[in-house]
Design a protein around this ligand. Structure first.
Ligand code: CP
Length: 319
């Protein structure tokens, strides 16, 4: 098994690593979790205690449910310990006294934890923290930068739901200028041949030029449109994202030309029978309540997959 140093951004991973290392290990982790309650085999017992003696510290400067819980739960399930977990790190750590995150990371590294989880509102902070850290860092979201473990989860979900990632037509909608999950997914899916992407958003919420430049460089066809109904009959994976209120998204959605980028019954009626609807969650009104009942709604299955990817990442970093 290839050792992993940090998890910082989607570009660092190769398709071969995802296909041959991460996804098979995540599938094994799913099996282990689902077999709980059955008398453990030796193999199961070994895996269960794989991270015994390892210590995690977890700093969340922004709110989270899925990412924080999946990583901390994964650590516990593998026999490791979460020795510090702050979900209001800006108020409860020395950041509140004015310390920089860089200094916090230097100090925490010296206590020799085995992994540091970091979610911050500052784009690029995870990469910066990794420069100062002697300990592996997992980027759990850096402002409007990236969310690499979410992108790993998203591709793992597409593989499970659709059988393969190659050749899929992704329709990525929402506040793409400020949404880190959309950005990380675009970067990571560009590793797969035949993928094409339709970005659906209002003009003022278009995906960043860094992503578009990367897609061009890697010859990934993409388009930018206003109306999800245009691509609804053609898309294979509909990745809906929310307005990033915490990053000023509300204001932008009140201006500019009209756009139709939400998922509802009208869009479902236009979609292929085997298409799927994904969302990194939490979702707001960009997914209408009736969508939950449709078997194509994969977002809660996707959310569950965060646990298996977290277990796989931790194994690859800490073993
Ligand atoms: N997808 C995601 O990052 O969810 P949380 O904010 O709940 O962690």
């Amino acid at each position: 098994m290839e050792k992993l140093k940090h998890v910082l951004e989607s570009q660092q991973f190769s398709r071969e690593w995802l296909e041959n290392e991460l996804f098979p290990l995540a599938a094994k982790m799913e099996k282990i979790v689902k077999e709980q309650g059955v008398w453990p085999s030796c193999k199961y017992f070994f895996k269960r205690r794989a991270l015994s003696g390892k210590r995690m510290v977890s700093f969340f400067y922004e709110p989270s449910t899925g990412t924080q819980m999946s990583l901390e739960m994964a650590m516990e399930r593998l026999g490791g310990k979460v020795v510090y977990s702050s979900d209001h790190a800006g108020e409860t750590s020395s950041i509140a006294k004015g310390e920089t995150i860089q200094d916090t990371i230097k100090r925490v590294s010296a206590f020799r934890p085995d992994v540091i989880i970091l979610r911050t509102p500052d784009e690029g902070m995870a990469n910066k923290a990794a420069e100062f850290s002697t300990v592996p860092i997992i980027n759990a979201g850096d402002g409007k930068g990236q969310h690499p473990t979410q992108a790993q989860t998203d591709l793992f979900t597409i593989k499970k739901e659709k059988g393969e990632i190659e050749g899929q037509h992704l329709v990525i909608t929402g506040d793409l200028a400020r949404g880190r999950t959309a950005r990380s997914l675009a970067y990571l899916s560009a590793k797969y041949p035949g993928v094409k992407i339709s970005f659906v958003s209002p003009e003022m919420a278009r995906i960043g030029h860094d992503v578009k430049d990367y897609l061009k460089k890697h010859r990934v066809p993409f388009e930018e449109i206003y109306d999800i109904r245009e691509v609804a009959p053609h898309g294979d994976v509909f990745y809906i994202t929310r307005i990033q209120r915490e990053r000023g998204g509300d204001i932008l959605f009140n201006y500019g030309p009209p756009s139709f980028w939400k998922m509802n019954q009208e869009v479902l009626n236009l979609m292929k029978k085997d298409a799927i609807v994904m969302h990194p969650l939490p979702h707001l009104d960009e997914i209408a309540p009736e969508v939950d009942k449709d078997p194509r709604a994969a977002y809660f299955r996707q959310s569950e997959n965060k646990l298996y990817i977290a277990m796989a990442d931790l194994n690859m970093i800490l073993k």
